[in-house]
Design a protein around this ligand. Structure first.
Ligand SMILES: [Zn+2]
Length: 238
């Protein structure tokens, strides 16, 4: 069975919290470095991360719990990016599944037409999530909402009243509109000692919230550009 990467976005919102901790057992020498497929934490392309040399070698190590791992460095082949990535992977499995990367792969979202401050807040939420900092991620999700309101020239009052104003200004499905206020309350719970609304602010709550924000960002910034592109294609047609 493939192991899950201990830091990173994971494959489902229901995974339990995953500690990222490795203790050295035995140094076993060297092992062949191979290409690793993952989404680049920097340029977000899903690509083949290449070893530094061909053929390259990684450190071969046995952890204290008996797991045999490889430790190495890869780089993004996208020349405009060239991100260096430290990788830890399981040597016992034929697919050499990743256990840990630095920097971590993050939750993905579409950055098309996002204002800089909105993209920055959302990116920070994604980085916090990948590193298991769910409270911080929830606060950054709330900050993303605040940045959206600010960008839409909705200022003053509380975030609750600003969200009400955003509802008047932006066309979104009613269920997503209701979700906006839930995101505000999640951020509230994350920032205070006792949760008032959610039973906890954990991995599941934050991943679902992140997905809701992605839809809201599409509605505010991305659908109109998509429709404009479609309309442009129609020009010149009989
Ligand atoms: Zn890259």
């Amino acid at each position: 069975m493939a192991h899950e990467v201990l830091n990173g976005p994971g494959s489902s919102p229901d995974e339990c919290e995953r500690p990222a901790s490795f203790q050295l057992g035995n140094k076993e020498g060297w092992d062949t470095a191979h290409v690793i497929r993952m989404r680049c934490p920097e340029c977000r392309l899903t690509t083949r991360m290449e070893p530094m040399d061909h053929p390259g070698q990684d450190y071969a190590v046995e952890l204290r719990d008996g797991t045999k791992v490889g430790l190495g460095v890869r780089h993004c082949p996208n020349e405009a990016c060239a991100q260096l990535i430290f990788v830890t992977y399981n040597r016992q499995e034929s697919e050499h599944s990743l256990l840990f990367t630095a920097p971590a792969e993050t939750l993905d979202f579409d950055t098309t037409d996002l204002p800089t401050a909105v993209e920055a807040a959302m990116s920070e939420a994604a980085v916090c999530f990948s590193n298991g900092c769910y409270t911080a991620a929830a606060i950054m999700i709330r900050k993303t909402l605040e940045q959206v309101c600010h960008d839409q020239q909705i200022t003053g009052g509380t975030l609750k009243t600003r969200i009400e104003a955003l509802r008047e200004k932006v066309i979104l499905p009613p269920d997503l509109m209701a979700g906006l206020d839930a995101l505000r309350l999640l951020g509230n719970d994350a920032a205070h000692i006792e949760s008032q609304t959610f039973s906890q602010v954990g991995r599941t709550e934050v991943q679902v919230s992140f997905d809701v924000v992605k839809e809201i960002l599409k509605g505010v910034y991305q659908y109109s550009a998509l429709i404009a592109s479609l309309n442009n294609l129609k020009k010149g047609q009989p």
